[in-house]
Ligand binder design. Structure first.
Ligand code: FMN
Length: 379
């Protein structure tokens, strides 16, 4: 089966199978952005089951862009923590990829200060209780691109095998591409072509900082579920431009790949499912056609079995990223490999006290997981 076959990226790095651990924020790092021991254990135990690669939780590139209390890749002081993280991620010889992000308008005011919120434009997000950010100056936009470049350099120094730009799920890079969040009239906004400039500049800076031998990936939400959002046709154009930058992979971020459901901005999981116009063609297939082999295609969302993974590959993906299934069952991949599907844990235990210890999940991450009812399945 293709899912168990090796894969070689453009840059020459190879992985032994197509399964990748999706980026999973723990919200449990130290205040200074260094990784906590229980966070490293969360990653080590899951990577040890033999994934081709592990993508880290998103690391902030600038302290005033933090959306949770996570790891940082913002200055040299973060290097020892990043080194420890890369080692934990390579527990069974898979590759270690650092995801980097900026929160923009969905940074958390309690972490960055009430008045520090800055974004492409002064438009509040749809999240309940969201504050209105101020619009970044042109110098700040250039500064943020430089922060992404620096984060990629730090990843390289720390020994990571690659870096993924978090261009999805409504964080700053996504915001620059979104007509809902970006109302700028300078070179960073206005037309569709100008809204692509920031994502492309970040991808270019990261590719450049990594050099030709490390993996450069980019994660995209393929269309917005919100009215007035960008469409799949818009993101296909962005994808076509990204594919010219010699990226190793482009990751299509979906909440469920089988019914092409993207992650909504409000992230309310137990409310009524928003009615969205689902494109006729799977975004995975659409992206694969535009990319045409120039980069690998990764996808994610609702992969719980080997058949789910195979289905994603049939749609055009080369690699599959698995999130919630490995949160609730750290040995998920070993069980899938040995066809012990019946023993796969399908949800977090009912008794909250069991979750942290039995599953090696940091206690603060347990709180985070349970804070959004309907997000993570329960037994
Ligand atoms: C606890 C948790 C934390 C997450 N953190 C990140 C993150 O840091 N960066 C990111 O791109 N996606 C993040 N995601 C989204 C996942 O990577 C994945 O795309 C999503 O959960 C859908 O895949 P799944 O159905 O296999 O979980 C997170 C998801 C969960 C459940």
């Amino acid at each position: 089966m293709v899912v168990w076959s090796p894969f070689r990226f453009n840059c020459g790095q190879a992985i032994s199978n197509r399964f990748v651990i999706a980026p999973l924020t723990t919200d449990a790092s130290h205040e200074d952005g260094t990784a906590a021991d229980d966070e490293l254990e969360f990653v080590r135990r899951r990577s040890a089951s033999g994934f081709g690669a592990t993508i880290s939780s998103a690391a902030y590139v600038a302290p005033d862009g933090r959306s949770w209390q996570g790891i940082g890749a913002a200055h040299e002081g973060h290097l020892p923590s990043l080194q420890r993280l890369a080692e934990a991620m390579r527990a069974a010889g898979g590759l270690a990829i650092l995801q980097i992000y900026d929160g923009g308008r969905i940074a958390r005011p309690d972490l960055i200060g009430e008045h520090a919120l800055r974004a492409p434009s002064a438009v509040a997000s749809l999240r309940p209780g969201a504050k209105t950010p101020r619009a970044m100056t042109a110098d700040e936009v250039e500064g943020l691109i430089a922060s992404f470049r620096q984060a990629a350099s730090l990843a390289r120094k720390a020994g990571f095998d690659g870096v993924e730009v978090h261009g999805a799920n409504h964080y700053a890079v996504h915001q620059f591409f979104s007509p809902r969040a970006n109302h700028r009239t300078d070179k960073w906004g206005g037309t569709l072509a100008k809204r692509m400039n920031f994502p492309l500049a970040v991808a270019h800076a990261v590719r450049d900082a990594l050099g030709p031998k490390l993996i450069a990936g980019f994660r995209v939400t393929p269309f917005e579920a919100e009215s007035d959002g960008y469409t799949l046709d818009d993101s296909k154009l962005l994808c076509g431009e990204l594919a010219k930058l010699n990226l190793d992979y482009i990751s299509v971020s979906l909440d469920d790949y089988r019914n092409s459901r993207p992650v909504g901005e409000t992230r309310v999981y137990n409310g009524p499912v928003a009615k969205i116009d689902t494109p006729a063609e799977s975004p995975v297939t659409a992206f694969a056609r535009v990319i045409a082999g120039r980069s690998a295609v990764m996808t994610s969302g609702g992969i719980k079995t080997c058949a789910d993974a195979g289905g994603a590959i049939e749609l055009g993906a080369d690699l599959v990223a698995v999130g919630r299934a490995v949160v609730v069952d750290p040995e998920w991949l070993s069980k899938v490999r040995s066809k012990h599907d019946a023993s796969i844990l399908a949800g977090l235990p009912k008794d909250e006290r069991e979750i942290a210890g039995a599953l090696s999940i940091p206690p603060r991450m347990v709180e985070y997981l349970l804070s959004r009812p309907g997000w993570i399945p329960r037994l």
